[in-house]
Ligand binder design. Structure first.
Ligand code: SAH
Length: 344
């Protein structure tokens, strides 16, 4: 018999489940409280031993267990988490003035095949359960003793490729019964699965959508991101416009600068051109990220002067751009690299 994934349940589902086991409702509230603390059944001390045993027999807590932990001088912590079946994923806990933010993985590996990305080198192993996405937060809060205030779905995996589980996770994490993290403090980053972006716009989840654009012409983008052959820049940016029209939410664009590939002044002007063509009048923001070396791929980050010139060109065209401040660079905090190192 397959065990029940109890941490993927919302409070109503958990209550119905506990009642179906012949237990009174208040037990569900106790269990819910423990689960939010990142506890396993054996730690639920105010439950009768028989109930703990019954739970362990029928259900499991899909928790992310710390396999390795790296603490940066700037306070950033990178976790390599191990899941029930031995799969490994990464999460990064970052302390900002405005609160603590966590970067979460949504898949073990990634099927999207972006040329510069370490997470996709071995393809997709499997998609994460809602509980396994949530558990990265619970385990991190338990380990640090600090609350997570904001979330970026920018770790390993393509969140919109694991659509149903990611939506379930978002509803769990935003629920007032649960961690109650405000949707305005949650960003979801996608390589541009246009059909899923259209679906997401209708979910009534006021999160920030972040688009991994990385190039402003189709030839360059297709050479970096295979997804562009399915949905090109025009289709992607039209979907962004439509997402904004439906949700009123600001969008952000990620642009990874690769030396000699997409980082010239002409590239910056092309980027401004396409944003004006398809997204004029929308509140938007461009994050410039010098590419992290992935040895297998041989891409180099742009020179500092090139990055500054790129940003200045965008600013000159009245597009707000920031060069991503690198937290945790001494611990290799960008995602994907640890998992690649620690899997055979
Ligand atoms: N699949 C989603 C989210 C995970 S990747 C997406 O594509 O958006 C998170 C961000 O890291 C993306 O913008 C991705 O393009 C970027 N990224 C991946 N590898 C990188 C590297 N080597 N250097 C810099 N950014 C990288």
């Amino acid at each position: 018999m397959e065990k029940i994934d109890i941490l993927s349940m919302n409070k109503e589902e958990l209550t119905a489940y506990i009642v179906s086991l012949g237990e009174p409702k208040f037990r569900a509230s106790q269990i819910w409280g423990w689960l939010l603390k990142g506890a396993d059944f054996s730690e639920m001390k105010n439950l009768p031993a028989a109930l703990r045993a019954k739970l362990a027999e029928n259900a499991f807590v899909a928790s992310a267990k710390i396999a390795k932990k790296f603490v940066s001088k700037d306070g950033t912590i990178k976790y390599l988490y191990e899941l029930y079946d031995g799969e490994r994923i990464e999460s990064v806990f970052m302390r900002y003035k405005h609160g603590n933010t966590i970067c979460l993985s949504t898949e073990a590996g990634c099927p999207m095949g972006c040329a510069f990305c370490a997470s996709t080198l071995k393809g997709l192993s499997r998609r994460l359960l809602p509980s396994e996405i949530l558990s990265q937060i619970l385990s991190t809060q338990k380990d640090t003793g600090e609350r997570v205030d904001g979330i970026v779905l920018m770790g390993i995996g393509e969140p919109l490729d694991n659509y149903d589980n990611v939506i379930k996770f978002l509803r769990l994490v935003g629920s007032p019964d649960g961690l109650n993290i405000g949707y305005r403090h949650i960003s979801l980053s996608t390589c541009g699965l246009v059909d899923r972006m259209e679906k997401l716009a209708k979910e009534n989840l006021p999160i920030t959508l972040s688009i991994s654009l990385h190039a402003a012409d189709d030839q360059t983008r297709s050479s970096l991101m295979p997804v562009n052959k399915r949905w090109n820049i025009e289709q992607l940016l039209k979907a962004c416009r439509s997402y904004f029209d439906q949700t009123g939410r600001r969008l952000s664009f990620e642009y990874t600068l690769v030396r000699g590939k997409n980082d010239s002044t002409a590239d910056a002007n092309r980027l401004a051109d396409v944003l004006y063509r398809y997204c004029s009048g929308m509140p938007l923001h461009v994050n410039l990220i010098p590419v992290n070396n992935v040895e297998e791929r041989g891409f180099l980050p742009s020179e500092k002067s090139g990055i500054e010139a790129f940003a200045a060109t965008l600013e000159g065209r009245k597009i707000t751009a920031t060069v991503r401040r690198k937290l945790g660079s001494d611990i290799d905090a960008s995602c994907g690299q640890l998992r690649a190192e620690h899997s055979s």
